[in-house]
Write a protein that binds this ligand. Sequence first.
Ligand code: MN
Length: 149
Amino acid sequence: MTLDEYLKKRDFKVTSEPRGEVEKKVRHTDTFVVQRHDASHLHYDLRLSIGGVLKSWAVPKTPPVKKGEKRLAIGTEDHPIDYADFEGDIPEGEYGAGSVEIWDRGTYDMEERKDTKMVFTLKGKKLDGKYVLLKFPKAGEDAWLFMRV
Ligand code: MN
């Protein structure tokens, strides 16, 4: 686990996003967050705490809330755990410039985790139920399908 890509993309003298580091201590609760990110294109960033970082996907449309709904999700760089609390404006000229607000958050239980498939239950206010992330190479190298099942 590394935050090299996250750190490289940002100038922490300019942005108020957390610098953060890979967390070593084991957390007993796995957290998830979805941040509504009004950047050059409005999208929703899904983040799951895994191994001391937030594994992250950008979802170009509102995340699926009803059974059977699916969305494209593009894998993005790991973020620090502290990012789950971040809301605010990323200044013009910075990576991801625009506003970030927490759209939903809660805990999750991982049921199955492979390189190409994850099955988990989200316990949030908006996202509540069983979800699958499935690699979808047809749509690109880091493309996944994010499905409410
Ligand atoms: Mn984003």
